[in-house]
Write a protein that binds this ligand. Structure first.
Ligand SMILES: C[S@@+](CC[C@H](N)C(=O)[O-])C[C@H]1O[C@@H](n2cnc3c(N)ncnc32)[C@H](O)[C@@H]1O
Length: 374
């Protein structure tokens, strides 16, 4: 066995996640008729991990400004990337944010100049509301509800909203609309949206192929999808809170991919564990011609990776897989595409036939069928 670093040796070998030992190849669980079946954070985790996450909230309370800066940077970068890859300006569009999460960061940014709705399998409540909390306990699990409650009680969400408005140079942010709906089985009609956005969500979906097909279905011809995936093979891809939060003691590098360390990994959520080549293949099949962008972490990780390779570790992963944190697929649905339902499976298929124009004005906010998905 290779010589282990001090960080590796200190790594806590507490309760284990049995899935950490599964082969990494496509560990998807086919879901049949996909719907809302779980809270994304309810899959695996220990009580101590949750306490750890709650403690991390106190850090979050102090870093709302930097979080807002980061979200606005991501928002600007998304607009630039979409323009570069497709020529489409993200203004006055009818848009969908898949899995905006409780903070609603990018959804609020896009809402400034677009007509945006979000969908999430968790109940999302932008402010304290007793009824919404009752639904949260039912759907999001008690621990996650407590976390949301703690965040709102500590004023973290309100401070984040204020910091976001300051960062965007506006005095208020539009009301956010989020429906409880799964990306794998959307209730929107075909060709509803000009833009579909998702960040750090598809790695949590048990049937990402169904979700990607749904995105292709609900996009208008000429509409754009921007799907950013936090790669499982990245250093933080295990979603163990100790790594996501960069806590102390400093965790070892890529522990979830190293057989000696993987048993100690405790993800705080369900992960489908798709590898980079599998994501590429999915995009190529469902969204042919998609442009790919990789957000990499070369600077801080190149040297540790070199040392691990010298020790013979991580040999079944390419540098690209290990150093890419977020893998982004950007796709403009051909102006000539029409969506048809597959007669066999009943799922959406996109075929190429002439129809429609590339531009139409965004529909009004009242067009949303808010009741249907609740
Ligand atoms: C890691 S959070 C990402 C939040 C936000 N997009 C961001 O980047 O900060 C993942 C979110 O995806 C949601 N989610 C998981 N599976 C989903 C699905 N099948 N359909 C819609 N949302 C889902 C979760 O409930 C959670 O709010």
């Amino acid at each position: 066995m290779s010589e282990r670093s001090a960080a590796d040796q200190k790594w806590d070998t507490g309760p284990r996640d049995s899935r950490a030992e599964l082969p990494l190849a496509l560990a998807m669980r086919p879901s049949g008729k996909a719907g809302i079946r779980y809270s994304y954070s309810s899959a695996t985790t220990g009580f101590l991990s949750r306490i750890h996450e709650l403690l991390e909230l106190t850090k979050a309370a102090r870093s709302t400004k930097s979080s807002a800066e980061w979200v606005v940077k991501r928002f600007q970068q998304t607009k630039e990337r979409v323009l570069d890859a497709t020529g489409v300006h993200l203004e006055n569009r009818k848009a969908l944010d898949i899995g905006p999460g409780q903070r609603l960061g990018c959804l609020r940014c896009f809402s400034l100049t677009n007509d945006v709705v979000g969908i999430d399998t968790d109940v999302i409540t932008p402010s304290f509301d007793v009824l919404a909390y009752a639904r949260m306990v039912r759907h999001n699990t008690l621990m996650r509800t407590l976390k949301t409650f703690a965040r709102q009680l500590m004023g973290i969400d309100a401070r984040f909203r204020a910091a976001l408005a300051t960062e965007l140079g506006v005095s208020f942010l539009p009301e956010a609309r989020v429906l409880r709906m799964s990306a794998t089985a959307m209730t929107f009609p075909d060709e509803t949206f000009d833009f579909v956005y998702s960040h750090s969500v598809f790695e949590h979906i048990d049937d990402p192929e169904a979700a990607l097909r749904e995105v292709a279905r609900v996009l208008r011809p000429g509409g754009v999808a921007y799907i950013s995936v936090h790669l499982y093979s990245s250093h933080s891809g295990s979603h163990d809170p100790r790594i996501l939060c960069q806590g102390s003691p400093r965790p070892p590098f890529w522990p979830h991919l190293r057989p000696a360390l993987a048993p100690a990994i405790r993800p705080n959520t369900y992960l489908n564990r798709l590898r980079l080549s599998e994501w590429r293949a999915l995009f190529d099949t469902i969204m042919p011609g998609a442009t790919f962008v990789s957000d990499r972490q070369d600077g801080e990780l190149t040297e540790p990776l070199r040392m691990l390779r010298q020790q013979g570790e991580l040999s079944s992963f390419s540098d690209e897989e290990l150093l890419t944190v977020d893998f982004v697929g950007i796709w403009k649905k051909p102006a000539t595409a029409v969506h048809a339902t597959d007669p066999v499976s009943g799922t959406g298929r996109t075929s190429l036939k002439a129809t429609g124009s590339d531009k139409s004005p965004p529909r009004s906010a009242t067009a949303w069928n808010l009741g249907a998905a609740r």
